[in-house]
Design a protein around this ligand. Sequence first.
Ligand code: 9UX
Length: 70
Amino acid sequence: MKVKIKISGMRCATCANSIEKVLNKMEGVDKAVVNLLDESATVEFNPEKVSLEDIENKIESIGFKVVKNR
Ligand code: 9UX
């Protein structure tokens, strides 16, 4: 499935790249693209291998905030 996750706390391209790199390394994530200006991550993943919650927790574990109810 494909989801768009709103993220706050990114202040530069390196922030975006680091999130993208970490997400793309996760088991079950097929493709993650982070957009700094849009403050979002678009993630394609296999829900049988990884959950949306796992992905959101990973983003927060490296110091960014997932914004719900956009
Ligand atoms: Mo540069 Mo982005 O320190 O946190 S990587 S603003």
